[in-house]
Design a binder for this molecule. Sequence first.
Ligand code: URA
Length: 294
Amino acid sequence: MGQNSLRRLAGELKNFLLEQDEDEFIIPAAAPTTAAAAGVSRASEPQAMEEGSTLRVDFPRARQTQPAPQPSQPVQPPEETPLMTTAQKKAALTELAETIKQCSRCALGATRLNAVPGEGNVDAELMFVGEGPGYDEDRQGRPFVGRAGQLLDKMIVAMGLTREQVFIANIAKCHPMVDPLHPEKHGNDRAPNAGEIACCRKFLEQQIAIICPKYIVALGGVSAKALISDAKSLGALRGQFYNLQLDNVTLPRPVKILATFHPAALLRNPNWKKDAWKDLRMVMAELGLKGPAK
Ligand code: URA
């Protein structure tokens, strides 16, 4: 076969692979769901992976990173796209959390003690997105409940809010471990890899679309890169708002996102706290928050 034919064949194969949908490995849900009824595409029911089967995942794409003009007024939802009601959001998020708890699309599903879907106020104007559960979160099935979580709680209070007023989630929903054979070990945390992030992307995107907060704070480089641009470092992404662009769902109204340091990084480097505080104050200014009542 000549070189041109080989090149054409390779091109056709590449296009064929690009056209495949990752859902080909997932059994679609039979019945319509609350979320679907409310206009949000539902999390597909994942099918447990069979031994020896391979899971194809789509790796995260770089996003457009055009800085959003800093809005002087809080973002108003366009009339024609009403948000879900509180009851609809609760039902959709509960259903999604159940799907996440059953998920075994990547290897983390086999080693987690508990999936950690996220928690908080379904009508929150502000959402925090961390990296992934650690030791404590894996045990409790709740996000940010360890040392980093205690610092996050303080950051939220310093903004004039409570944990109950915001929504907290992670990029990865299951505990990524350095040594998955020893989940009982401390200091066994690692960042989720690109495949794990890709597996969880739809879950997070659906959570964001359901809650539709006005602002998201991406905590740390993993979250900032996954949600804003994987082409830039946290340092390059900090300091400005971006219009959030999702891959799999349409947002009912624009959502702005700002990146800052992960609380665990602030515990290791307390001298970064003043810069993190600058970031949080940008969000406070947008939301009209004045900090805790004296
Ligand atoms: N670190 C995170 O990124 N998320 C958690 O839930 C806990 C620690």
